[in-house]
Design a protein around this ligand. Structure first.
Ligand code: SF4
Ligand code: SF4
Length: 379
């Protein structure tokens, strides 16, 4: 018996050495959204006032944060659906403020009134991203599925800037707006934004229909555009421009800058979805096996330390990644770009990232980013 106790003690010591700090909680606050974007990876239900579908109770939000503080929590991301339609959004902000956590909000901007912007501005280090998928109302409203949301989003950006928060503009790239990239940068400059991030539409949820190159862009086009944004367009503006394609396609200076975009944060992030469950991230709303326990029932320390999927990932990433990710020199930092996306399309954790796989098939994957070791036998 004593031997078994020693084994158990050693086992739990080994486990605690392997478990990294839980730096961030990503809160998917609502199952609904007031917009109906054609490319949304989460596919929330249309809910103009946030009162028809579940939203995360304030008490569970607070419990998750309080329990995560001793594990190393330094920040939260509030996203959705649309986080600003949460009926108690300002109470959530107050909890974040009291714990002095870094605040990151992803919003469509339409509900960002002067009052809400002022509440956000009370946090010590707020970072807000607002989606603008076109430089005119016709394009943006078509993408976002609700007439009038372009003007509302721009007003939201103005309200943030007036509250002394310079937001990041996020533009999701597709066939209908690819010609407006420069115009969106100019609009962001005029509005007073700090940066523009160009997102590749992921083939998840409603984004799946953008994969074939009709409404969406082909990988070839995205690689070409990414290079143009990072060189030519970046030198023409004071704004920071970020192109969200995988690390293997970035210039060395972008990689050296430490920008975390396109890198899987799975070693330090846990999701909390509107139903009150812990999950890998928002993907838990669509993939039940990536849900790990209930807030307020299962202690977050236990979920973070013991969820089998999380421990499998800690033990296996990046070495067990397959295909082009296994050969890639970036894999120790990139970790396969997005484990949730990789799992979504195959039901397997070690699937390579779709974008890089497709680029490799087309002969467009940068050879300088591939290992020269005889990895062919591993693939
Ligand atoms: S992309 Fe954002 S704003 Fe659009 S439907 Fe999805 S959650 Fe709502
Ligand atoms: S091949 Fe995989 S590890 Fe390399 S950059 Fe692409 S997604 Fe990341």
């Amino acid at each position: 018996m004593p031997d078994q106790r020693i084994e158990r003690a050693e086992g739990s010591q080994r486990m605690s050495q392997m478990v990294p700090p839980l730096n961030q909680l990503y809160f998917y606050l609502t199952e609904g959204c007031n917009l109906a974007c054609r490319h949304c990876w989460l596919s929330p239900k249309l809910d103009p006032d946030g009162d028809q579908y579940p939203t995360l109770p304030v008490a569970l939000f607070e419990v998750a944060i309080k329990q995560a503080m001793p594990l190393g929590l330094s920040g939260v991301k509030l996203t959705g659906g649309e986080p600003l339609i949460h009926p108690k959004f300002c109470e959530l902000l107050e909890i974040v403020r009291l714990e002095d956590l870094q605040l990151n909000i992803e919003t469509n901007g339409t509900r960002c009134t002067p009052e809400v912007a002022a509440e956000i501005a009370k946090s010590s280090r707020p970072f807000v991203s607002v989606s603008l998928d076109g430089a005119d109302a016709g394009t943006h409203d078509w993408v976002r599925g609700v007439t009038g949301c372009f003007e509302e989003a721009r007003e939201g950006v103005r309200n943030l800037v007036a509250a002394d928060i310079r937001p990041q503009i996020i533009m999701s790239l597709m066939r209908c707006n690819v010609d407006q990239v420069e115009a969106v940068i100019q609009m962001a400059e005029r509005l007073g934004a700090r940066s523009v991030k160009f997102n590749v539409v992921q083939p998840t949820g409603r984004g799946e229909r953008f994969r074939d190159g009709t409404d969406g862009l082909r990988v070839t086009e995205l690689i070409e555009l990414g290079r143009r944004v990072e060189t030519e367009l970046a030198s023409d503006t004071q704004l920071e421009l970020i192109f969200d394609y995988p690390l293997a396609f970035r210039g060395l200076s972008r990689i050296a800058s430490g920008e975390g975009c396109g890198v899987c944060g799975i070693f330090g992030i846990l999701g909390v979805i509107a139903s009150g469950h812990y999950a890998l991230c928002g993907i838990g709303q669509q993939v039940p096996e990536l849900v790990f326990g209930r807030v307020g029932v299962d202690p977050v320390e236990q979920v973070w330390g013991e969820a089998p999927v999380l421990n499998e990932l800690r033990a296996g990433l990046p070495e067990r990644l397959e295909g082009v990710c296994r050969q890639c020199l970036m894999k120790y930092r990139c970790l396969g770009s997005c484990v949730a996306q990789n799992y979504y399309r195959s039901g397997r954790l070690w699937e390579p990232f779709w974008f890089c796989e497709e680029a490799e098939k087309l002969g467009l994957f940068p050879a300088s980013r591939l290992s020269n070791s005889p990895t062919g036998q591993q693939r």
